[in-house]
Design a protein around this ligand. Structure first.
Ligand code: A2P
Length: 280
């Protein structure tokens, strides 16, 4: 039995569980089985995206699970190719259709794509869809501080959260602080460093031994104590359970610093700097 999952209050008054399930590459029948297993284990926040092509999978898992719809928070994300206002509105409706759900709990702009300059227009569309009641909460991903400031200034509506690449190789202290100062919560994508050797780092393995936990739990606990909401992805129920079980122990300040010492000057795993990187 894992400890209850704490919640985080967002700037629009809604709340999110302090951890969620990443669903990148989780598709089809095996994806439905994995997401249903996660819901059975106690996950309540599912993170999908239009570009993951798994909104149908996630919607099906919500229906297949015995968990009431209103207890589950489903996230999706708008791809950059649909940032023109009218396309954005249509695409949100298409996301809804694909999930088969009546509303989505959280909808995010997937990348700022600053060179094509449409993220402000796309944000206006999310504000409108929230007004229509189709989206409960709206936010962004991969936004640098200047992108956050632009949408807030234009619309007067502050994103509830910013989902960013965050793991011990790339702790993002400045971006986290900027989010916090604007009242924007932080979610972590690739929180476990997506199988790049992070969980085999001697620092992490040694902390896991000292604490009697697993390397993944040490890293996820580090996220929680930073105040970020990690979205670990796993297909396997045993790992899903392990990843959820991080609320009954703590890292000391010194242990937090040891994990953060893995930080690298160019720590982004796929060189996806939102100032340059474009994704459609
Ligand atoms: P799998 O889905 O086979 O369990 P991230 O969330 O950083 O993107 O990392 C996801 C990767 O980490 C996936 O390859 C996943 O594999 C693996 N993973 C998830 N949870 C654990 C865990 N507790 N221990 C080891 N590897 C894990």
């Amino acid at each position: 039995m894992t400890s209850p999952i704490p919640t985080v209050t967002l700037n629009d008054g809604t709340s999110l569980p302090a951890i969620g399930l990443g669903t990148y590459k989780l598709k089809g029948a095996s994806g439905v089985a994995a997401a249903t297993s996660a819901l059975d284990l106690g996950y309540r926040l599912l993170d999908s995206a239009y570009n993951y092509e798994n909104e149908g999978t996630i919607g099906q898992a919500v229906r297949a699970s015995g968990v009431p719809r209103e207890e589950i928070l489903v996230t999706s994300k708008l791809p950059g190719r649909h940032y023109h206002y009218d396309h954005a509105i249509e695409t949100v409706y298409e996301s809804l259709y694909r999930t088969g759900l009546e509303y989505l709990d959280l909808y995010l702009l997937h990348w700022p794509n600053p060179k094509n300059g449409l993220f402000v227009e796309a944000w206006r569309a999310l504000v409108e869809m929230q007004r229509r009641g189709v989206l409960k909460s709206i936010g962004v991903c991969n936004f640098l501080p200047e992108h956050l400031e632009r949408v807030i200034e234009d619309s007067g509506v502050t994103p509830v959260l910013n989902q960013i690449e965050l793991h011990p190789y790339w702790p993002q202290a400045e971006q986290r602080l900027a989010n916090e100062q604007l009242g924007v919560a932080t979610e972590s994508w690739s929180p476990l460093g997506r199988s790049t050797g992070l969980l085999d780092e001697p620092v992490i393995v040694e902390l896991a031994r000292i604490l009697g936990r697993t390397p993944a739990q040490v890293v996820l606990r580090w996220h929680v104590q930073l105040g970020a909401i990690p979205l670990p992805k796993s297909l396997h129920p045993e790992r899903q359970r392990e990843n959820l079980d991080v609320f009954d122990f703590a890292l000391s300040d010194e242990q937090m610093n040891e994990v953060s010492s893995l930080s690298r000057p160019h720590g982004r795993l796929w060189d996806q700097d939102p100032a340059q990187y474009e994704e459609y």
